[in-house]
Design a protein around this ligand. Structure first.
Ligand SMILES: [Zn+2]
Length: 243
């Protein structure tokens, strides 16, 4: 059985067609989901999992790479449907995912609001309200940099701060595969740093990409963009170099 299964989730959001890639990891009878889409996405995830012969009743763990709306949106509803699921995140992101502290994305949006021209304020208010409506969930397992989990035969947690300070990526050793979350995205066929407007610390994000050079990577799965598997090393160097 395949141990790494990227799920291609197609949907319409704010009138545009979009696509994200949560990933399933398997281990004997256990299924691990990495990131879970927007609120209401459980049926879409279930459907894609079934296409890949995966029964979500075997879901044991959900890993959240960082507490953005599109990565943890469906977390509370999945926990309700599968109460035994363990929720895992970085130690740094735990307080935001569990709702103990105000989301960094919301803090950013609130801080920017006063600088916005009048015509952009309605959208900004909508965005803030959307973030405020995000349902939180208790984190059961706090992950640290370089922790090794048994998922897919051995998965290393890599702290990749930048987009958000608590962002993590996952390296699956047997398959030389990196699940990048939003540490990297694919834009026009190339690897890139995620939208700078939403990357809280760009230089830190680049340092995180530099850190990835220490790993032998043959395949990168980006949440936005999907699979990337050509000239990985050169592509990573390119991302670090870009101004
Ligand atoms: Zn994000």
């Amino acid at each position: 059985m395949k141990q790494i299964i990227p799920l291609e989730i197609n949907f319409t959001y704010q009138d545009s067609r979009r696509r994200i890639y949560p990933v399933l990891l398997t281990n004997k009878d256990e299924v691990i989901l990495v990131d879970c889409g927007y609120p209401g996405f459980l049926p879409l995830i279930k459907e894609e999992a079934e296409k890949n012969d995966i029964d979500l009743n075997n879901l044991s763990t959900i890993v959240i790479t960082h507490h953005d709306y599109d990565h943890m949106g469906a977390l509370a509803e999945i926990k309700e449907e599968y109460p035994k699921v363990t929720i895992a995140s970085s130690l740094l992101d735990e307080k935001y995912i569990s709702g103990k502290e105000k989301s960094l994305r919301l803090q950013q949006a609130e801080a920017l609001y006063d600088t916005l021209p009048f015509e952009k304020r309605a959208h900004a208010e909508w965005f803030q309200n959307t973030l405020k409506s995000l349902r939180t969930a208790k984190v059961d397992l706090k992950l640290n940099d370089h922790d090794i989990m048994p998922w897919a035969g051995g998965t290393e947690i890599i702290a990749t701060p930048g987009h958000m300070p608590g962002h993590i990526s996952l390296y699956i050793k047997n398959y030389k595969t990196l699940i990048a979350g939003d540490a990297l995205v694919i834009e026009e066929g190339k690897l890139a740093i995620a939208n700078p407007n939403y990357t809280l610390d760009i230089s830190e994000a680049k340092r995180s990409v530099k850190k990835l050079l220490d790993y032998e990577i043959q395949r990168i799965i980006c949440y936005h963009g999907g699979e990337f598997n050509k000239n990985i090393r050169d592509s990573l160097l390119e991302v670090i170099k870009e101004a």
